[in-house]
Design a protein around this ligand. Structure first.
Ligand code: UDP
Length: 494
């Protein structure tokens, strides 16, 4: 606690020195005159601070994000839903109402006119993309961490914008800064990051290329074998130590050399001043939020939505009622009595705060903390998305943990080996019981949102032996493997 307080004071002073704070102590923004910025979080003078409605809302929000609960009991984005499975027969029973589950239900309904039930143990649709409007502030935020959509795949973009009339996607170029050597500097590393850290005066891409060449450490065997080699081959030892080493340990509880190269390959390096986190052609967010968009996907007379139901508790009652089953949950959970042992996942503890502030708490929607000064990895301020107007702001700190909902498969050789054994069981289950495993948790892959969508579109074609999906594909299909070591397309939640 003391460590965090001291760090807060140091950060405030450094921000003031670096010009990020205005003279009133608030962050620079379009509503500077009203901004409380950091000051608001350390001041107790405002009367609204003690207001019971703020206290109540703050507690409600804290509990919701801490326990991964919806603020209101159930949230189907306005769609009709039930709390138990209707006593019908379905062409397809789908476990999980996240990206893979919702999209495959929609494909079965729209393309093949098949019926499905989509069930989720959670009391909301949207899986980890779920978002909601916090009632006091009116700020729309994700419950399970920031989800920035980006893709270079035309087919995926075409798919997500199918409901553009009702739930439009709008351009949003995401930028991240990191707290590095007492300064806020761009991540991924670009010219400003290097000049800010090393007192250099690089001005052109040629100069940056030269600088990078002087520090980069080529991977031992041409192909980078782990996340440390990958990062060092891009940014050299000093930047690896400052940006990647501790952040990765905090995030995964493993040294970077114990993780696959694809983990740090997600973060590119720039030889220019481009401050954006992603380089993809399409970088967009759903204007009305993800939940509203999911509701459009699932809004079809052939699809029944069931919330708050544990598949494993109703599995027996579904016997003989599902033509096929699509399982999108953790694959080791499905085969929990196989004796194979658990696959490793990382989870996140979220710590939310809501404070009166007409401006912003921090300069960017996401600020990374790659150093050891604090235990959290980043702070997300959702208000930045589309510059939402509110008398309040909300911040969410992310602490990585191995307990709780599975968010990230842990990509390393040991887990891949174990996953292969589950894959064999999955193959048998497919052949004997018509059960298919789809998605990030079922495939045990560190998928991005776009890779997850690409994967489910491919899976639909494969399972149904379907030549193409005419609304989003050319007649020859447009399948692309987006899952391996491509920094531009392999970056998910942030
Ligand atoms: N990473 C890091 N420092 C940073 C940002 C990322 O070391 O400031 C590493 C870390 O290992 C992380 C990985 O790069 O897990 C991928 O980052 P990304 O932001 O894509 O992670 P996600 O958004 O999926 O949590």
């Amino acid at each position: 606690m003391k460590k965090i307080l001291l760090f807060g004071v140091a950060m405030f002073m450094a921000l003031a020195a670096s010009g990020y704070l205005n003279t009133n102590g608030g962050f620079q923004n379009e509503e500077e005159s009203n901004s409380a910025g950091l000051r608001s979080s350390s001041s107790s003078s405002s009367s609204s601070w003690s207001s019971s409605s703020l206290k109540k809302s703050a507690q409600k929000l804290k509990d919701a994000v801490m326990n991964s609960n919806t603020i209101n009991d159930y949230d189907s984005g306005g769609l009709p839903f039930t709390k138990s499975i209707p006593g019908k027969k379905y062409d397809v029973c789908i476990v999980g109402a996240g990206l893979s589950g919702a999209i495959i239900a929609e494909r079965y309904a729209s393309i093949l006119d098949k019926t499905s039930v989509v069930m989720d143990i959670r009391t909301h649709i949207g899986g980890n993309c779920y978002d909601f409007e916090e009632p006091l502030s009116g700020i729309t935020m994700n419950l399970y961490g920031a989800h920035l959509f980006h893709t270079s795949l035309d087919r995926v973009y075409k798919y997500i914008t199918k409901w553009q009339d009702t739930t439009p996607w709008r351009r949003y170029d995401h930028e991240v800064v990191g707290w590095l050597s007492n300064k806020l500097l761009p991540i991924p590393v670009n010219i400003n990051t290097v000049n800010g850290l090393f007192d250099s005066h690089i001005r052109t891409s040629e100069e940056m290329d030269e600088w990078l060449k002087s520090v980069q450490i080529p991977c031992t065997n041409e192909v980078c074998e782990n996340a440390e080699e990958m990062a060092k081959s891009r940014v050299g030892k000093d930047l690896f130590d400052m940006v990647f080493k501790t952040y990765t340990k905090k995030q995964w509880d493993k040294e970077p050399k114990e993780l696959d190269a694809l983990v740090t390959a997600r973060i590119p390096v720039r030889n220019n001043f481009d401050p954006r986190y992603f380089a993809d052609k399409y970088q967009v967010l759903p204007e009305k939020g993800y939940t509203a968009w999911f509701a459009q996907i699932l809004k079809h007379p052939n699809i029944d939505v069931v919330l708050g139901v544990d598949y494993f508790k109703v599995k027996d009652s579904l016997e003989g009622r599902c033509g096929k089953t699509i399982f999108t949950g953790p694959i080791d959970g499905y085969f929990s009595d196989s004796g194979l042992g658990k696959l490793e996942y990382r989870s996140i503890n979220f710590e939310a705060d809501i404070v009166p502030n007409k401006g912003f708490f921090q300069t960017h929607s996401v600020v990374n903390y790659p150093g050891p000064e604090v235990d959290f990895t980043r702070i997300v301020e959702y208000k930045h998305y589309f510059h939402q107007k509110s008398d309040y702001t909300i911040t969410v700190k992310e602490y990585s943990t191995d307990k709780g909902d599975p968010y990230y498969p842990v990509p390393n050789p040991t887990n891949h080996e174990l996953y292969k054994k589950y894959q064999e069981l999955a193959k048998k289950e497919e052949e004997t019981k018509n059960v298919f495993f789809v998605g990030r948790l079922a495939s045990y892959k560190y998928f991005n949102m776009d890779a997850a969508i690409d994967n489910v579109l491919n899976m639909f074609n494969t399972i149904e032996n379907h030549p193409s999906q005419p609304d989003i594909e050319d007649p020859n299909g447009n399948a692309a493997d987006t899952t391996d070591q491509k920094a531009s397309t392999v970056s998910d939640s942030v």
